[in-house]
Write a new protein. Sequence first.
Length: 86
Amino acid sequence: MAEHETREPGPSAGGLEEGRLMKELEAIHRTRHETLLHGSDDALVTHTQRMAELEREYVRRHPERAQTPGRTRSGARARTGAEGQG
């Protein structure tokens, strides 16, 4: 995993144009599992920080993004029948 340990963080998420932000998000999510399983502690920390930065920027730009009902707390409760079991 040397590539993760020596790689410099990418450009500021706020400075990315929309298409590049999406590509960065796709790439970081694609590499997350491998970094978790095989990266050094430093690589995992760096990956986590970068992922959070990119995700915060996406949410900032898209506050009204479509949300699937099943991906909300109430939707999950309805799916599992856990309504009222808080």
